[in-house]
Design a protein. Structure first.
Length: 223
């Protein structure tokens, strides 16, 4: 019981430690081992139907960061100072049809479903995209983007757990960033679009005030 209590305390301490860091200490870099740990928590994150509709682009080159700055207004301070800059991409709708090569690969080769299970799950997935998403390409891509936020949250929690700061960022021109990555040969923009950005590093100073949140009584309803 004491071990469980300690684990709870450690995790809650990580949440108390985490804040949206705007300026990072440029003299401190995250070790390869620590960042691989953070990436591993992204890889192990859950996704709807287990399709993992994401890709993680870690931008370390200064030249590429300089190109990103004019099209990422919300990351002006984080782009030049962060130790690691991660753009999370989401699959386009054309890659996520029930009979696409990618979906079939995920179910058959990655999840290793028997053929009859693939047929059943594919039919359920087909119904989901038709009924819930109305086979709307934009809605399907946005649904994929939502999955990326699960991975991003897990990465930030994992980072905080080992004393590394982070900042989630949406203030970017997604299509321009996607086009830049396409032009640089990093991705195919017909396959992926940018969902969000998260920066990692070490803070230059502690937050000026303690964490403020609503009470549980204000946000939780029991019935």
């Amino acid at each position: 019981m004491n071990m469980i209590k300690d684990k709870k305390s450690e995790l809650l301490s990580a949440y108390q430690f985490r804040h949206a860091c705007k300026n990072f200490n440029t003299d401190l870099k995250i070790s390869d081992d620590d960042f691989q740990f953070i990436l591993e928590t992204a890889r192990l994150s859950p996704s709807s139907f287990g399709l993992e509709p994401w890709k993680f682009v870690v931008v370390q080159e200064k030249a590429l960061r300089d190109q990103l700055k004019p099209i990422a207004g919300g990351a002006q301070r984080q782009i030049p100072t962060s130790s690691h800059l991660v753009f999370i991409l989401a699959k386009r709708a054309s890659e996520l049809t029930f009979d696409s090569e990618y979906v079939t690969h995920m179910m058959s080769n990655i999840q290793q479903m028997p053929e009859e299970v693939v047929t059943f799950v594919s039919s359920m997935y087909k119904m989901f995209t038709e009924v819930e998403l109305e086979n709307n390409a934009q809605w399907i891509h946005e649904w994929a983007c939502k999955q990326s936020y699960i991975a991003m949250a897990n990465m930030m929690t994992a980072a905080a757990h080992i004393g590394i700061d982070s900042c989630p960022i949406e203030g970017i021109d997604r299509e321009k960033v996607t086009s830049l990555f396409h032009d640089e040969g990093i991705i195919d923009k017909n396959e992926f679009g940018v969902a969000c950005l998260v920066a990692f590093g070490y803070r230059t100073e502690d937050p000026k005030r303690s964490k403020t949140r609503q009470s549980l009584e204000d946000i939780v309803v029991w019935k």
